[in-house]
Design a protein around this ligand. Structure first.
Ligand SMILES: NC(=O)c1ccc[n+]([C@@H]2O[C@H](COP(=O)([O-])OP(=O)(O)OC[C@H]3O[C@@H](n4cnc5c(N)ncnc54)[C@H](O)[C@@H]3O)[C@@H](O)[C@H]2O)c1
Length: 304
């Protein structure tokens, strides 16, 4: 069953999906294309890109699908991506912050940040902020632009160590992943707060896709091929099922003008209590502005 059975066509809308070459992101990009959207697959997987675009176009008969290189582990690459996107002079109605890595060995992004925090969280923080003006220009009353951020149930066991966000003193791959996913929830809630304060026609929601059979688990110690295959087959969602909540958040009329939600299986769910702490949200936002070198939007415009 395709999304066109559940959601209205979206032929005049433009979406960016990060990590759209694989797993949940690929399914998200494909299904948004099925709804007629102009879909920009943002990824660092140059090798796969053309094949992915060709496959999506072929299956959806939608020609408005393209790949734009964006390495979320590099702020320079994110800025170049935004520049290239702006040069297209097209609107942006949906941004799906989907890309991510999980439980990778301790390593750093090009800018020297711990990879989970730097790529999963800070990369999307910067990308969203740089695209915010375009999103605001593209949303209108009754047809808001939407930021959909993919977090995880792992955020429930996450801790935010404000004094050591990079895990310099203590690093665990699981803790670092959980922290990045927790940071994304705090980010999405604060973003929504800012958008409402400004009276803009943009909403921000955060989703949990569930446990999905993708390559994300490649670094997990029990992720031997056979065991993962068996687990995946028995218990995990398929990537199409995993993408469903992202697609719902991106297009459902039920969420028109509604943000600040944590969605699981298309339903509003409570996130970790800590994520509702507005002081913490604000603290993380300010620190993230400093780390990414952008001006704090609450005090002034975001630099391009
Ligand atoms: N699979 C699950 O069970 C599960 C559960 C909860 C949350 N999630 C979240 O869903 C999202 C998608 O994960 P998935 O399961 O499809 O995994 P996946 O490994 O199949 O896809 C991850 C995507 O991120 C991209 N990516 C990785 N590094 C990047 C970089 N430096 N720059 C740009 N893109 C980069 C990859 O190329 C890939 O397209 C992730 O944010 C993940 O944390 C997944």
């Amino acid at each position: 069953m395709g999304p066109e059975l559940f959601f209205p066509p979206q032929p005049d809308r433009v979406a960016i999906v990060t990590g759209g070459t694989d797993g949940i992101g690929y399914s998200t990009a494909r299904q948004l294309a099925r709804l007629g959207m102009h879909v920009i697959v943002a990824g660092n997987n140059d090798g796969k890109a053309q094949e992915v675009v060709r496959k999506i176009k072929e299956e959806t008969l939608n020609d408005k699908v393209e790949f734009l290189y964006c390495d979320l582990a590099s702020m320079k690459s994110i800025r170049q991506f935004v520049q290239k996107f702006r040069m297209k002079k097209i609107p942006l109605h949906v941004l799906v912050n989907n890309a991510g890595v999980m439980m990778v060995p301790q390593r750093k992004t090009r800018d020297g940040f711990e990879e989970h925090f730097g790529l999963n969280y800070l990369g999307h923080f910067l990308l969203t902020n740089l695209l915010l003006d375009t999103l605001k220009e593209s949303g209108c009353p009754g047809r808001s632009a939407r930021v959909v951020t993919v977090s995880s149930a792992t955020h429930y066991v996450g801790e935010l160590n404000m004094d050591d966000l990079q895990g310099s003193h203590f690093y665990s791959p699981h803790g670092a992943y959980a922290q990045s996913k927790l940071a994304l929830v705090l980010f999405s809630y604060h973003l929504q707060w800012l958008l409402v304060a400004e009276g803009s026609h943009v909403t921000a929601n955060v989703v949990d896709p569930g446990v999905v059979n993708t390559d994300l688990y490649r670094h997990v110690f029990w992720g031997t091929r056979l065991f993962k295959k068996l687990l995946g087959w028995l218990f995990f969602k398929t990537p199409d099922e995993g993408a469903w909540t992202s697609i719902y958040a991106a297009v459902t009329p039920e969420l028109e003008g509604i943000g600040g939600r944590y969605l699981y299986n298309e339903k509003e769910t409570k996130s970790l209590k800590l994520t509702y702490d507005q002081k913490l949200q604000r603290q993380l936002w300010t620190k993230s502005c400093q780390m990414t070198g952008i001006l704090d939007v609450t005090h002034g415009p975001v630099s391009g």
